[in-house]
Design a protein around this ligand. Structure first.
Ligand SMILES: C[S@@+](CC[C@H](N)C(=O)[O-])C[C@H]1O[C@@H](n2cnc3c(N)ncnc32)[C@H](O)[C@@H]1O
Length: 207
């Protein structure tokens, strides 16, 4: 990452922390991902060569910038969805200021509708960082729209373990998914949609 972008991201993260410190209501906070997790996302995009990247929960675009920088290096592209138009607008500004706007499509849209409207296996990597109680309901679409061998990254599995217990049980019970917890930042759950042997299991459960 070039020095200018690194400084911009650092400043944006500090801005987010200062903003959030003054907000009593959780929903008014920007809730940017921890920098270590953002860095992990960048590594995962580069390591997997993910070209079709979906982010669910843009906020003001902090994680989006990290994903976009990595997408640029693998000739990929990010679609990032956010329900709050004011936040999408902020993210739009940050993408423009960093010159990363060519690598991202921002959509002011609902996560469930975006997932429902996505074709089978249409994403190589999905970063899920929105409202946790909804995740379990997203699961059938998440696993459907992720390509075989694709990666789903879910944030906050350590910081909000209780809220995500049922979601994790659902994932663990699904033979199409393999998962590992990375205790970085707020805790990132990495879920890969199975390949080869696992695909046979998938075929069996569809019969
Ligand atoms: C934790 S913040 C995302 C932080 C962001 N990924 C980052 O690291 O900068 C969650 C965001 O998801 C958005 N959100 C909540 N429910 C959503 C939904 N159903 N569809 C799309 N976005 C949603 C919220 O408005 C909020 O901005």
């Amino acid at each position: 990452m070039d020095e200018q972008l690194a400084v911009y991201l650092n400043d944006l993260y500090e801005h987010g922390r200062a903003h959030d410190a003054g907000k009593a209501d959780r929903l008014d906070r920007l809730r940017n991902v921890e920098p270590d997790t953002a860095r992990l996302l960048g590594v995962l995009v580069r390591a997997t060569g993910a070209k079709r990247i979906l982010e669910i929960g843009t906020s003001n675009g902090f994680s989006t910038l990290w994903l976009a920088d990595a997408a640029r290096s693998v000739e990929g592209r990010v679609v990032s969805v956010e329900v709050d138009p004011a936040r999408s607008a902020e993210a739009f500004t940050h993408l423009g200021e960093t010159g990363l706007d060519d690598f991202v499509e921002l959509r002011t849209a609902d996560a469930a509708e975006t997932l429902e409207g996505s074709g089978d296996e249409s994403w190589d990597l999905i970063f899920l960082d929105a409202e946790r109680p909804a995740y379990e309901g997203y699961w059938p679409d998440l696993i459907r729209v992720l390509r075989v061998g694709g990666l789903l990254v879910v944030d906050n599995v350590v910081s909000h373990a209780d809220e995500l217990r049922e979601f994790r049980e659902r994932v663990e019970a699904d033979p199409r998914a393999s998962e590992a917890l990375v205790p970085t930042g707020a805790g990132a759950l990495l879920i890969v949609r199975g390949t080869s042997v696992d695909t046979a299991a998938e075929a069996r459960i569809q019969r």
